[in-house]
Design a binder for this molecule. Structure first.
Ligand code: ADP
Ligand code: MG
Length: 637
């Protein structure tokens, strides 16, 4: 049947195959052994509420869309005999295209990410609890239903449609006579399967709604059996407008979970009413765990903007990108309703609210750091890499973010050092805040680059996040101390006294033999390094690579190159530990003019080993293997 026949009222169903991703997801749902199947009801109620909020918004410009004066509601009806559970709303409804795109494809990048995660680890079984974490929306109905029917009519249209599926690869769409359809809105009927008849019991339904959907912004009623009157369970009052004394921690948690995508406890809940020039209510949540799309390139936040209880948009630009993990709801009467979403967000009032909200969230995060260090630690572990983006994006707030920042360091590997701690721990004559960039905290901790600093008791911040390379390069310093990479140039730490028992390594007065070795190595490695010189920073390792005196930090350079933002990498300097036994014995051979081949191999091996310690591959893997083999053969000969 073609489109025209369907539209003209033909009622023979039209079969469609699900998009491949949907089929994967449905298969997972149908075979789900996930124990908390009851999330399906929350998902359906949340869709129904979204549909009401959408119509409430559209009706501002077009009041004719709603016939009943805007009394929105969601009704859940159970029918034990027929084994059906129905979730009905008088929201915006769907036309035929909406049905195909909303219930036949997956638009959300989050759900795709979820599927990839599941299939990556192969075993669906062990991943069942991921279902709960992600919240898969409409399709979760197939965890409890053998088939699902959606009857719907889009407000303002004269067609209604029925969508049905058993969740096994395809769905049917048929035209629905208008007298059998909602005036506007959607009715979702689940044919509950035999294993899940508990969801037909009124007490079970009621407790689920109270527990999970109590804060939904549309009133919810229940009809326990056909023919009975509806009982209203929740009033649809906005949680943010209630006074704090009337709200329990559970209310907040359920509201937060109802925002979608979170099944954890919020680490921090901030609820306030801003009064003054502009008035607005705010509810903000810092999630208790890391969402999977945290590093999505779009860097979009999830902020809902209401004007007088009307949802204007669910992705309002109310927070900077570096606070995108905060879930936010703002409701104000100070913005105009009769203006487009875009214009509303360009208004100076919107900008003032954005600023107020950003400052308050930062302020409460620093309060949390002071009053509840363990909770703050998890917040920082989850979101620190995002917050640090603010250090270079938002110079005005840099100081506030410095206060929050926590680091692992060479002396405190636990990761809870603040800059205040660092500066309090400066060694005599220490003039800079030293750091080491990399991508793996463990490897950073054992880097040869740290040896000279350890010998002087100087703390070095270990910075393993990609974002670190950016903020340290733009940061002017902290408390008058510049940030300085330990791999950059000759380390100017000579003025800092050595720890007891350490002896000064002076790079300048090396023995003539070592000087000859250095010259030999420089010649051998001419293509790979800018210079080979004696190091005064190494004490245990024989060699390490550093950036040339005025060159950029090596890790920074690599990140820029990966993003196509710089040309050829500059050649590093190979620093050699002049007192290391390996170095002195090689030097003796050079002096005796013996074994040129061995010394050449050793030069390259030292160079490649230093690269490996920096998390890189040897320059030429095949040549590296050949040299290693030759040296081993000699050693075992
Ligand atoms: P999400 O709610 O995250 O978008 P869902 O899987 O829950 O994902 O729903 C998919 C889409 O189906 C919704 O975005 C919406 O367009 C549509 N939809 C689902 N239920 C309804 C409903 N009751 N009324 C109108 N549209 C709905
Ligand atoms: Mg949904």
């Amino acid at each position: 049947m073609n489109e025209a026949e369907v539209a003209s009222g033909g009622s023979a169903p039209d079969t469609h195959v699900f998009q491949a991703d949907v089929a994967r997801l449905l298969d997972l749902m149908v075979h789900s052994v996930y124990s908390e199947k009851d999330i399906f009801l929350r998902e359906l109620i949340s869709n129904a509420a979204d549909a009401c909020e959408k119509l409430r918004y559209e009706a501002i410009a077009n009041p004719d869309l709603i016939g009943n004066g805007g009394a929105f509601g969601i009704t859940i009806s159970a029918d034990k005999d027929a084994k059906t559970l129905t979730v009905a709303d008088n929201g915006i409804g769907m036309n035929r295209e909406d049905l195909v795109s909303a219930l036949g494809t997956i638009a959300s990048s989050g759900t795709k990410a979820f599927l990839d995660k599941i299939s990556q680890s192969g075993e669906a079984q062990g991943n069942q609890n991921l279902i709960g974490q992600f919240g898969i929306g409409f399709y979760s109905a197939f965890m409890v239903a053998s088939s699902v029917q959606v009857e719907t009519r889009r407000a303002g249209t004269d067609e209604a449609w029925s969508w049905t599926s058993d969740g096994k690869g395809s769905y049917q769409i048929a035209a629905l006579p208008l007298d059998a359809a909602p005036v506007h809105g959607t009715r979702v009927t689940l044919h509950i399967n035999d294993d899940n008849t508990e969801f037909l019991e009124p007490y079970r339904i009621e407790s689920l709604i109270r527990e999970h959907s109590g804060a939904v912004a549309v009133p919810i009623s229940v009809i326990d059996k056909p023919g009975e009157d509806a009982r209203t369970l929740t009033d649809g009052a906005a949680l943010w407008a209630k006074s704090k004394q009337d709200i329990t921690p559970d209310d907040y948690t359920e509201f937060y979970r109802g925002l979608g995508g979170h099944f954890d406890e919020p680490a921090l809940t901030i609820h306030w009413r801003a009064e003054g020039r502009y008035e607005y209510n705010v509810l903000a949540f810092v999630p208790g765990s890391k969402p999977f799309d945290l590093f999505d390139p779009a860097r979009k936040g999830k902020a809902k903007l209401y004007v007088r209880r009307v949802l204007i948009t669910s992705d309002a630009d109310l927070l900077p990108g570096w606070l995108r993990f905060v879930r936010l709801v703002v409701d104000t009467a100070d913005l105009p309703l009769n203006m487009s979403r875009e214009l509303i967000q360009q208004s100076p009032i919107f900008a003032a609210i954005r600023k107020g909200v950003t400052n308050r969230v930062l302020q409460d995060l620093s309060k949390l750091a002071e009053t509840d260090a363990p909770t703050f630690k998890t917040v920082w572990e989850n979101f620190g890499a995002v917050l640090k983006e603010g250090l270079y994006e938002d110079p005005e707030r840099r100081d506030a973010i410095y206060k929050l920042a926590r680091f692992a360091s060479s002396t405190h590997p636990d990761g809870d050092r603040s800059l205040v701690d660092y500066v309090a721990n400066l060694r005599p004559n220490q003039t800079a805040i030293y750091y080491l960039l990399g991508d793996d905290l463990k490897r950073l901790g054992i880097s040869p680059q740290l040896e000279g600093f350890k010998a002087r008791g100087i703390e070095v911040l270990l910075l393993p996040d990609a974002v670190d390379a950016f903020w340290v390069s733009t940061a002017a310093g902290y408390e008058g101390k510049p940030f300085k990479s330990v791999t950059q140039g000759a380390a100017d730490i000579k003025l800092v006294p050595l720890n007891e028992g350490e002896t000064e390594k002076t790079a300048s007065d090396v023995s003539p033999e070592v000087a000859t070795l250095l010259a030999f190595m420089k010649q051998t490695l001419a293509d790979a390094v800018e210079d080979v010189r004696a190091s005064d920073r190494l004490s245990e390792s024989p060699a390490c690579l550093v950036a040339p005196e005025f060159g950029p930090d090596r890790r920074m350079e690599r990140i820029l190159a990966q993003h196509g933002k710089s040309g050829a990498l500059s050649k590093p300097v190979l620093e050699i530990n002049p007192t290391h036994p390996l170095v002195t014995s090689l030097a003796a051979r050079v002096a005796a003019d013996s074994d040129k081949g061995l010394i050449e191999d050793a030069s390259w091996l030292l160079h490649d080993e230093a690269r490996i310690m920096d998390g890189e591959m040897p320059t030429d893997a095949a040549a590296f293997a050949g040299r290693l083999r030759r040296v081993l053969e000699r050693a075992s000969a």
